[in-house]
Design a protein around this ligand. Structure first.
Ligand code: NAD
Length: 488
């Protein structure tokens, strides 16, 4: 069978790369080829940046509420194509179909929410220290924004960046992960169909070092919005020069289970938090801290439930866990199993590949883990979780905060004082009480601290990320007034 060939989208046209080179992509569940894609290069990025710069002049002049209306059309088209898109997403990355639908739904929600924000690009007014002088701020678009995205939520993550950036009046050069280029093409097709003018959104597929780095360094790009691995984020900061950079990076999230917790509820939370999307989420719970007295009971319950989870291709019925994204991911996840064993942690279950076709890895649980161990400290990005048992609340918080990351931390407790103390003490951008680390909603700020990055791309803070706030003084006194000098 002839493989479909997908193009890039630059200046309103579907085009081949200047490189005349392509790459292929396989479905990680079946190892079958899904398509041929353009291997973009620096020339393609430059063309896309030029197109986005030209389009910016007109697009930024359109009133924001009208730009928002186009996004309502995007939401409608995503809704109409939801089932097909979810299937295509699963064909490209193996993900469980229900989760693929959730990925699309997140983009629909974001389009609807942020369309309305077009009517709320609030600035502020304040008083001046001088008489007959008015002071306020207004929001300006930034310019051309380079959006560089990972593969794990191939529709939702681009929507968190591209939709707010568009409403704010920016134009886009979008580089998706080479593990999910087909989803990116489908996503941009929807934007085109909705009537986004030519040059406003440009798609360049290809490698991080070539396409990604050119976007990062290109002087025509005024902002980089990046989601991905911490080390890539570090390199981007080094190379970007003076431009706005927004970083959403990895993490080492935790679920704390105190001795007064509802254990069944906590167990459901750990199963979803640790093994949902095969642990390939920036918010995955790859650590569990459980009160000492509950340890053996909790482990028994967790083992029983984890052994019933069904691995397989996400298009098949009754599947709980899909594959890892590629062979390198399989090897990385397995290398952490070896590290955990060497460090002296006890492997309760899993720890190996499942089957020989597709990149499936068994749900893996380590116990008797100490906070200093690498399996407790480093992001694994697979279905592996590490259990540490704590003596008390203070020790749990200390262990939770002992990592270099801080994105999404959770605690299960019925003690209201400890719940509020945890909100204050946990060093993370997001805290959940009696809910797992997964479950962010699009209308609230999302982002981390420490090595998890510093941006807040969801919710109302998205508008702050994708605009420059300009300060305006209007002096209607008719005379020269000197701030800080005219004191009377
Ligand atoms: P990655 O950093 O390898 O790649 C992300 C993107 O950056 C891809 O498009 C890639 O091609 C590009 N890239 C790679 N090298 C580059 C370079 N030198 N210059 C510019 N671009 C470059 O990450 P990944 O494997 O695709 O995704 C997994 C990581 O993403 C995990 O660490 C995960 O925690 C993180 N993540 C974070 C969030 C969040 O919101 N905080 C969400 C999802 C995933």
């Amino acid at each position: 069978m002839k493989l479909p060939v997908f193009k890039m989208y630059i200046d309103g046209k579907w085009v081949n790369s200047h490189s005349e080179e392509t790459f292929q992509k396989i479905n990680p569940a079946t190892e079958k080829l899904v398509g041929v894609f353009q291997k973009g290069n620096k020339e393609d990025v430059k063309k896309a940046v030029n197109a986005a710069e030209r389009a910016f002049e007109k697009w930024s002049e359109i009133p924001a509420p009208k730009r928002g209306k186009i996004l309502l059309k995007v939401a409608q088209l995503l809704e109409q194509n939801k089932e097909n898109l979810a299937k295509e997403l699963t064909e490209e990355m193996g993900k469980v179909l229900a989760e693929a639908r959730g990925d699309i739904q997140e983009a629909i929600d974001m389009a609807e929410y942020i369309a309305g924000e077009g009517r709320r690009l609030f600035g502020r007014t304040t008083t001046s220290e001088l008489k007959d002088k008015f002071a306020m701020t207004v929001r300006d678009p930034i310019g051309v924004v380079g959006c560089i995205t990972p593969w794990n939520f191939p529709i939702a993550i681009p929507s968190w960046k591209i939709f707010p950036a568009l409403v704010c009046g920016n134009t886009i050069v979008f580089k998706p992960s080479s593990d999910t280029p087909r989803c990116a093409v489908k996503f941009v097709e929807i934007l085109e169909k909705a009537g986004i003018p030519k040059g406003v959104i440009n798609l360049v597929t290809g490698g991080g070092n070539e396409v990604g780095m050119e976007i990062v360094r290109n002087k025509g790009i005024r902002m980089i919005s990046f989601t991905g691995h911490r080390d890539t984020g570090k390199e981007i900061l080094r190379q970007a020069g003076i431009k706005k950079v927004s970083l959403e990076l990895g993490s080492k999230n935790v679920i704390i289970i105190m001795d007064d917790a509802d254990l069944n509820l906590a167990l459901e939370g750990v199963l979803w938090g640790a093994f949902g999307t095969a642990g390939q989420r920036c918010t995955a719970a790859s650590r569990v801290i459980v009160a000492k007295d509950l340890k053996s009971k909790f482990e028994k319950m967790l083992l029983e439930k984890a052994s019933k989870l069904k691995l397989g291709y996400g298009l098949n019925k009754g599947i709980d866990i899909g594959p890892l994204i590629n062979k390198a991911a399989l090897e990385k996840v397995h290398s952490y199993t070896e590290i955990g064993k060497k460090e002296g942690a006890k492997l309760l279950t899993g720890g190996k590949r499942s089957g020989t076709k597709g990149f499936f890895y068994l749900p893996t649980i380590f116990t008797d883990v100490s906070p200093y161990m690498r399996i407790f400290q480093e992001e694994i990005f697979g279905p592996t979780t590490a259990i540490f048992s704590c003596k008390n609340f203070d020790e749990a918080i200390e262990a939770a905060n002992s990592v270099e990351y801080g994105l999404s931390f959770s605690i299960y407790t019925k003690n209201i004082n400890n719940a509020f103390k945890a909100i204050k003490k946990l060093q993370s951008g997001i805290v959940y009480i009696n809910a797992p680390t997964i479950g962010a909603e699009i209308h609230l700020p999302f982002g981390g601290i420490k090595n998890s990055g510093f941006s807040r791309e969801g919710g109302w803070t998205a508008i702050e990320e994708f605009t420059n706030e300009k300060t305006v003084y209007i002096d209607f006194s008719g005379k020269l007034q000197k701030a800080q000098i005219d004191l009377d």
